[in-house]
Design a protein around this ligand. Structure first.
Ligand SMILES: [Zn+2]
Length: 472
């Protein structure tokens, strides 16, 4: 990001020095823009600023040249002459969402597709202005997507790239299957040179390989996360990991008689047995908090395995391609048919309690959709569902919004520039019709998404991908 403050002070605002000026955007991006002006005032709006503070009613937000100039009571706002004013009575503004587990590929049982067209549009249209990919199955697709977005060729969120999944022998076909520390270092350096800023380990990696990969990434100033199993949370914390994905669902600390470096099929059972308020859970949380290891909540993807949940949304079914829709609905039916035996309701409740306990102990929790698994948690739409699931977990609305915005920015190390509705930060804002603090479902009523101060027409972005999820 190029600093504009000096230039603005001199009264010069050349397009090249702005975050992403409208003039530099390709026609395919410009067609989605509803607020192109560089000077904008949002008035009479409720603001949930992302810091966890109470909503501010009747506020005015002034945006200039891609940045938030001021936010606060109307009486104190200095609206520049000539600014475009949007009266947002009855609307709420929150920071642009920062998605911490936001793949650009999508799966159903049996299908895995790179959503090169629909993922960036769904994310931006749903209010995500920043995402971390958290494991790529087609890294060059993501490198080129990020370039296209940064160059103004593709509408989408700013992207923090994660390299290919790193795992051991026998992993999935798209993953780097690493059998030695030397190989781990070579692969980390290769992808670091290609521009990724995060790495993600997967379920069947050894402690030795993981440790070598983490150290090599840190040497390059890059960060490391994991969806683990063979290495437990506490072991990974000791190896220096920065972030752990999925919360309790992937925590193998409580497997009895664990074989080190081995992913045990007993993990789920151990999670159902461990005392959720007990000392073992607290020890994991304490070690994570002490080492400043963040955690990503991905409740929306796990909810797909919860019988008869989530509520079916028309917009999800409409976004899906016919075959993908049939695949999702048939898996959903099978899950419902096994409802009586399902342990998921209990496990889900425990995972929610774990996330609450982690935050209560001072842990840094972010959230992201993870648009994989059975195929019912779509990019963006599933992030919005996460909001309701975090409320169900017991977080207050302003806490849940903080988890989905400022906390993500903190994990990414970009919170000085974005993540809250604060003067001086980038104007990444979501305008929502209604009040999601009182009625959580209204988080879906996004009308405009500002990224770098440019206002995108959310319904138009979302309409552009109908029938395409599962294909492109
Ligand atoms: Zn993932």
């Amino acid at each position: 990001m190029i600093r504009t403050s000096v230039v603005v002070a001199l009264g010069l605002t050349p397009a090249a020095l702005m975050g992403q000026a409208v003039g530099s955007l390709a026609p395919d991006v410009r067609q989605y823009i509803s607020v192109p002006e560089t000077s904008v005032a949002l008035t009479n709006v409720r603001v949930v600023d992302g810091t966890g503070g109470p909503p501010i009613e009747g506020a005015t937000i002034v945006i200039q040249n891609g940045k938030i100039v001021s936010v606060g009571p109307a009486a104190q706002a200095k609206v520049p002459t000539g600014a475009r004013t949007l009266d947002l009575t009855g609307h709420t503004v929150i920071p642009g969402l920062v998605g911490m587990h936001n793949h650009t590929f999508y799966t159903t049982r049996g299908r895995s597709v790179q959503l090169q067209f629909s993922a960036p549009r769904l994310y931006l249209g749903s209010g995500l202005t920043t995402v971390r990919t958290t494991g790529g199955t087609s890294p060059y697709h993501e490198i080129n997507m990020k370039r296209g977005i940064d160059n103004g060729q593709i509408p989408g969120p700013r992207m923090h790239l994660t390299g290919p999944y790193l795992t051991g022998a026998g992993g999935a076909a798209t993953m780097a299957q690493i059998s030695s520390p030397e190989e781990a270092r070579r692969i980390v350096n290769y992808w670091a040179d290609e521009g990724v800023t995060w790495f993600k380990a997967y379920t069947d990696i050894s402690r030795e390989t993981l440790g070598a990969a983490i150290r090599e990434a840190h040497k390059r100033g890059l960060k490391f996360t994991g969806h683990l199993c063979s290495v437990s949370f506490r072991e990974a914390v000791r190896l220096g990991i920065d972030n752990l994905e999925h919360g309790l669902f992937t925590n193998s600390d409580y497997v009895p008689n664990r074989t080190p470096d081995h992913c045990s099929s007993d993990m789920r059972d151990s999670l159902l047995k461990v005392a959720i308020d007990g000392p073992e859970i607290q020890q994991t949380i304490r070690e994570m908090v002490n080492a400043k290891v963040a955690m990503s909540s991905t409740l929306a993807v796990y909810e797909l395995s919860y019988p008869d949940r989530p509520p079916l949304e028309d917009r999800v079914l409409e976004a899906l391609a016919t075959e993908a829709r049939e695949e999702y609905l048939s898996t959903r039916k099978e899950t419902s048919a096994r409802a009586a035996q399902s342990t998921m309701p209990e496990l889900f409740r425990r995972a929610q309690a774990f996330e609450r306990a982690f935050v209560k102990a001072g842990g840094l929790l972010g959230a992201g959709v993870d648009p994989t698994g059975m195929g019912g948690a779509l990019p963006g739409y599933g992030d919005q569902r996460n909001y309701e699931l975090l409320l169900e977990a017991g977080f207050s609305p302003v806490e849940a919004i903080q988890i989905m915005t400022l906390n993500g920015a903190r994990i990414l190390g970009v919170d000085a520039r974005l993540g809250s509705v604060s003067a001086g930060k980038l104007a990444d804002l979501v305008v929502i019709r209604g009040n999601p603090v009182v009625n959580s479902a209204e988080i879906r009523n996004v009308t405009i998404v500002f990224k770098d101060g440019v206002g995108y027409d959310s319904p138009k972005l979302l309409a552009s991908v109908k029938g395409l999820v599962g294909i492109r």
